[in-house]
Design a protein around this ligand. Structure first.
Ligand code: NAD
Ligand code: IPM
Ligand code: MN
Length: 349
């Protein structure tokens, strides 16, 4: 890890608060990492008139890995879409070709009371959502927009081609192979053409992974099964939009959206690491944000981009140990501040 360059893009709202804690944890490990910070999202817009300033994108490309906070600010919600903070994260994912977004949801011991599920249901959760991140209705450009010929219309295009499905399917099977060998592909093939293509291609790719048990599930059922019996899921592979929604749901099953980290990976191990949550304007600046998702994202960065899985294990164990001491931010039912939670993780380290 010595001399590796980490781009830190704190962003808006609670983004700077939680990335600061992740940075403190990385510093404490003394890995010789080099950090460079740059503004992104609303902060990027304020600094240079664009949510993803050229210099920020250049830094992200140059860096060995990117640690991202969150973007979004109600102040900018009425800007033209291309200038809104959210475009920064979409632009980064697209420009870095980080098409595979791993969102693990695991129950930490002691958080049963924070989950809205029954303890015995929540305790069984250990799953990962492999979310496709460069396609789907997020990026279908053709025909996108609004028209107004007396009746206002909005259009978005849901679109996948087979190469996009194939590459994320491979990540799904390979992720399952490192886990319990079960892959559930989530789609809406009973209604959508994109989903039928998705399912057909996933089945083709399955031929290369005879050891993996593949199942298919419609997304509405998946949403239901996630709260009925989430312990039955091992690896879920799904498209951009379904993965976005199901991962927020999975996060609450394990206690809080403030607990879910993610890794967005390209084909070569370069990655962008981000909590799944947003900028949380409702609690920004109050020291209430749970930094665990950001800290755990830093652990994923060490594991997936920096070949430092020992250090990653140490961070994850420290988060676990900190929670075991009873340290909890308000989202988990506690009173610890963001900084105090970071302190608890550092103490456990
Ligand atoms: P959000 O995830 O920001 O917040 C949803 C709820 O969860 C809020 O009540 C918030 O207080 C709470 N929450 C989120 N993270 C938390 C944490 N770490 N600790 C404790 N509580 C936490 O979603 P939203 O309110 O729908 O969106 C707010 C803004 O964030 C919007 O501008 C949205 O576009 C943006 N957003 C950005 C990202 C990203 O940057 N990756 C992700 C999601 C939403
Ligand atoms: C996420 C967010 C983003 C997404 C938004 C802010 C563009 O919700 O990272 O989950 O939809 O991917
Ligand atoms: Mn989301």
């Amino acid at each position: 890890t010595h001399g590796k360059l980490i781009a830190i893009l704190p962003g808006d709202g609670i983004g700077p608060e939680v990335t600061a804690e992740a940075r403190r944890v990385l510093d404490a490990l003394d890995l010789g990492l080099v950090f460079e910070e740059a503004p992104v999202g609303g902060a990027g817009y304020r600094a240079s008139g664009h949510p993803l300033p050229d210099a920020t994108l250049a830094l992200a490309k140059r860096a060995d890995a990117v640690l991202f906070g969150a973007v979004g600010d109600p102040e900018f919600d009425s800007l033209e879409r291309a200038l809104r903070p959210e475009q920064a994260i979409l632009g980064l994912r697209k420009n870095l070709t980080t098409f595979a977004n791993l969102r693990p949801a695991k129950m930490f011991a002691g958080l049963e009371d924070a989950s809205t599920l029954k303890p015995e249901v929540a305790n069984a959760i250990d799953l990962v959502i492999v979310r496709e991140l460069n396609g789907d209705v997020y990026f279908g450009a053709k025909g996108r927009g609004t028209t107004d010929a007396g009746l206002r219309e909005g259009h978005d295009l849901m679109r996948y081609d087979e190469s996009e499905v194939r590459r994320i399917a491979h990540v799904g099977f390979q992720t399952a192979a490192k886990r319990r060998g079960k892959l559930c592909s989530v789609d809406k093939a009973n209604v959508l053409e994109t989903s039928q293509l998705w399912r057909d291609v996933v089945i083709e790719v399955a031929a290369e992974y005879p050891q993996i048990e593949l199942t298919h599930m419609y997304v509405d059922n998946a949403a239901m099964q996630l709260v009925r019996n989430p312990g039955a899921f091992d690896t879920i592979v799904t498209g951009n939009l379904f993965g976005d929604i199901l991962s927020d749901q999975a996060s609450m099953c394990v206690g809080s959206i403030g607990m879910l980290p993610s890794a967005s990976l390209d084909a070569h191990g370069k990655g962008l690491y981000e909590p799944i949550h947003g900028s949380a304007p409702d609690i920004a600046g109050q020291g209430k944000a749970n930094p665990c998702a950001a800290i755990l994202s830093a652990a994923m960065m060490l594991r997936h981009s920096l070949d430092a899985s020992d250090a990653a294990d140490r961070i994850e164990a420290a988060v676990s140990a900190a929670l075991a001491t009873g340290a909890r931010t308000p989202d988990l039912g506690g009173t610890a501040t963001t900084r105090a939670m970071g302190d608890a993780v550092l103490a456990a380290l």
